[in-house]
Design a protein around this ligand. Structure first.
Ligand code: ADP
Ligand code: ZN
Ligand code: ZN
Length: 747
């Protein structure tokens, strides 16, 4: 027999299977998905078996050296998935395989992670016999104590950790060893799982009785599960409408059929509260995968899944690769979140991977969100997805009232501060009532934009309708989709005001201003600076929950999933910072973020209020968010996308080039773009190359080429072909070229 093996070297030359003879001694345990050692040139390499076959086109084959694991780390399904990913995303096959593995299996040394062993005791003879020989221990009272304890607590065939036994009876291990020598007990090293939640006690929770609305939604999902339909379900429910409760019920239905479930949540929502809800319902059947775990814990959770001991997997993006083999449902909570797209190779989207796996198993993909991505919304509208709606909160609490503050008015009234009069008024009242406040400031990306503070005018590209980016060095504005430039204006082209300037405020500045305005105010700040250490995120939230602070001030980290009963006011300091990101999705992101942020207020008894400060109050994303009108927003935004030929009506593909020398980079980017253009149908738009908005990172210049297309099945293959021809430049001169299919950020 012959094995096709993908070796563990990501390069163009090794990006194909190599044939190896399978020695007879491995035949019984070698499977597709096995990790093996193979001779390769003069080296020995790790690799993965992707196929087993009877014959090879090559005459003289070398033999496999070794099969590394008893259970293959990957299944045949995952190998097929990796193959699909490499074709779909234009990455190396091995890169896709690597994305599926926990890190100890990625490298040969295992990063020093070994299985955890524990010494455990079992009976070496029948308990009956132990009792009859008990009297032989007359002179060994300590040994008798041990046996007395075990006779009561340890059944035949059962095991007990040596450590526990010694603790319970208060004896040294030596006493137990003597019993082992006498043949009463046997002692073995047994592999045990590291449990990341060992310290947490999860009380058993009963699933709640569903409301009529929830029940109706679940009925559709239930039918899909029973019919093994893999048509995705979009569950569109406002914040607090009981989506999570539906997930719990759907998972239970799947478990009842002896099938399995994956639930993806954004990394940042994977809090102990969240885990508690799932562990409370399903106990040890739940495995949790996220980056907060130690490598050993992660490895053990993964193996627990692989061995079929944990049919429910809860985790962040990469948990979509959990090695389950009987999937019945795959749930993606907050499906619009950008964290589901991996921003490094392989640049996959978990939603698309979920659909592939669901198709394979006849599982139902369920995607939940209060603000579905327009991609999903359109698919639901065109009946590619089923659409379920939960329009009201479970507790019938009204959604919070939203006030939009026109910051141009504030300026006109001579009020030039960071906080508007309405926001100050709201905060003052809140503080007086001993209620809490969340202040939100968006600051993502490095791009700066130019805005008139008098009339809200922002400079946009006439060809692409996205904000122009300010470049300080050349003092000009540039479009990073198409390369259009114009000089930086001194007066507003719209109202002639000189109050036109580039924008950007940090959380630290807001904090200073807050302390100045409200002396003695207790402020917790949550941003990349204050959450860099492990557990800091959780600590800040706990402190705020325990009302150790009046204000939680933060970036988008605080927009999601948080539920604080005492928060009655949410303030958005500058809605425009998102709106003017040089990104065609900026309106959608603004709408999503404002809706999410607003969802933090008044979730319980106390009524909530939201204040949004903006220089462009008339913008539809802000208006629709203020009226809790997703459908209105979607309609208007889609019309716009259609007109500008953006997703979801067209697809995008981004090629990014980087190198330390700009002239060389420009030359190569030109050549590659030209070759790509030559291979595309005339309807495909190949734009650029132009400077990336992140024009230089770590001394490497960056250029990009944006491709817009509708239906071009061979596009990735064609581009990979072009890149393959450039492999010498890439390998010898450190030219980097990466492709990103359906990019979320054009940066
Ligand atoms: P979402 O995921 O849509 O934000 P959740 O499922 O978290 O909503 O529900 C919001 C709150 O309502 C939670 O505290 C949850 O325990 C509660 N809840 C959900 N469904 C029910 C129900 N059928 N009966 C009672 N309480 C419910
Ligand atoms: Zn442009
Ligand atoms: Zn103006």
């Amino acid at each position: 027999m012959i094995a096709e093996v993908i070796v563990d070297v990501p390069s163009y030359d090794t990006d194909r299977p190599f044939d190896y003879e399978i020695p007879d001694r491995f035949a019984h345990k070698l499977q597709v998905g096995s990790r093996v050692m193979v001779p390769f040139g003069r080296r020995k390499l790790q690799g993965f078996v992707t196929r087993i076959k009877g014959e090879s086109a090559f005459a003289k084959l070398r033999s496999l050296n070794e099969v590394l694991d008893e259970t293959p780390p990957l299944t045949e399904e995952l190998i097929q998935l990796a193959s699909w990913m490499s074709k779909t995303y234009g990455c190396f096959f091995i890169t896709a395989i690597q994305a599926m593995l926990p890190s100890p299996l990625k490298s040969l040394t295992g990063n020093g992670i070994a299985p955890k062993l524990e010494k455990q005791l079992t009976w070496a003879m029948k308990k009956e016999e132990v009792r009859s020989q008990f009297s032989s221990l007359k002179r060994a009272p300590r040994q008798r104590d041990v046996l007395t304890y075990l006779l009561e607590h340890l059944d035949e065939e059962e095991r007990i950790p040596l450590r526990v036994c010694c603790q319970e009876v208060s004896v040294s291990t030596q006493v137990v060893h003597q019993l082992v020598e006498k043949g009463f007990l046997s002692l073995n090293e047994v592999e045990v799982w590291r449990d990341p939640f060992e310290e947490h006690k999860f009380s058993q929770e009963e699933p709640k009785v569903l409301t009529a609305e929830q029940h109706e939604a679940l009925a559709v999902i239930k039918e899909a599960i029973q019919n093994k339909s893999s048509k995705p379900v979009l569950l569109h429910g406002v914040t607090g409408s009981g989506k999570t409760e539906i997930y719990l019920h759907a998972i239970q239905l799947v478990l009842d059929q002896q099938r399995q479930a994956i639930l993806l949540v954004p990394e940042i929502s994977l809090t102990p509260q969240m885990v508690r809800r799932f562990k409370g319902c399903f106990g040890d059947q739940v495995a949790v995968l996220h980056s907060g775990l130690s490598q050993g814990e992660r490895f053990d959770e993964w193996r627990r899944i692989r061995q079929g001991e944990a049919p429910v997997v809860v985790g962040a993006r990469s948990a979509i690769f959990a090695p389950l083999t009987k999937l019945g449902v795959i749930i993606i909570d907050e499906e619009h979140e950008t964290t589901y797209k991996q921003e490094e190779q392989p640049r996959y989207h978990a939603r698309e991977v979920a659909k592939w796996r669901a198709d394979y198993y006849g599982a139902v993909p369920v995607m939940g969100s209060a603000t579905p991505s327009l991609e999903s919304y359109v698919r639901a509208h065109t009946d590619h997805y089923s659409y379920l709606s939960l329009p009201s909160r479970v507790n019938q609490q009204p959604l919070p009232e939203i006030t939009i503050v026109d910051m141009r008015e504030e300026l006109r009234a001579g009020h030039r501060q960071m906080f508007s009069r309405q926001l100050i008024e709201g905060m003052t009242a809140c503080i007086k009532n001993k209620e809490q406040i969340i202040l939100f400031l968006n600051r993502r990306g490095y791009a700066t934009f130019v805005m008139c503070r008098q009339c809200g005018y922002t400079a946009k590209c006439p060809h692409c309708d996205i904000s122009l980016t300010y470049h300080r060095r050349q003092n000009l504005l540039r479009c990073h989709y198409c390369g259009y430039t114009e000089p930086t204006p001194h007066h507003c082209p719209s109202c002639q005001s000189p109050h036109i300037r580039y924008f950007g405020t940090g959380t630290q500045k807001v904090e200073e201003e807050l302390s100045r305005q409200f002396p003695g105010l207790r402020i917790l700040r949550m941003d990349v600076d204050t959450t860099s250490t492990k557990g800091s995120h959780e600590r800040i939230l706990t402190a705020f929950r325990q009302q150790e602070a009046d204000v939680l001030l933060g970036t988008q980290m605080i927009a999601k999933g948080l539920d604080f009963p005492n928060v009655t006011l949410v303030g958005v300091i500058a809605a425009d910072t998102i709106l003017n990101l040089p990104d065609f999705r900026s309106a959608e992101k603004t709408f999503q973020l404002l809706t999410q942020v607003a969802g933090r207020a008044g979730r319980h008894q106390k009524k909530g209020h939201v204040v949004i400060q903006t220089y462009t109050p008339e913008h539809y994303s802000i208006q629709y968010a203020a009226h809790h009108d997703y459908l209105g927003f979607a309609r208007e935004e889609l019309a716009h996308r259609k007109q500008m030929s953006y997703p979801p009506f067209r697809r995008l593909l981004l090629i990014t080039f980087s190198h330390t020398e700009l002239p060389y980079l420009m030359k190569m980017a030109q050549i590659v773009t030209q070759q790509v253009r030559g291979r595309m149908a005339p309807t495909v738009q190949v734009l650029g190359p132009v400077a990336s908005p992140l024009a230089r990172i770590k001394d490497r210049y960056r250029l990009q080429c944006v491709i817009k297309y509708k239906n071009e099945p061979q596009i990735v293959e064609n581009i990979v072909e072009v890149l393959r021809n450039m492999k010498q430049e890439m390998e010898q001169r450190q030219l980097m070229i990466s492709i990103d299919v359906d990019p979320l950020f054009l940066m």
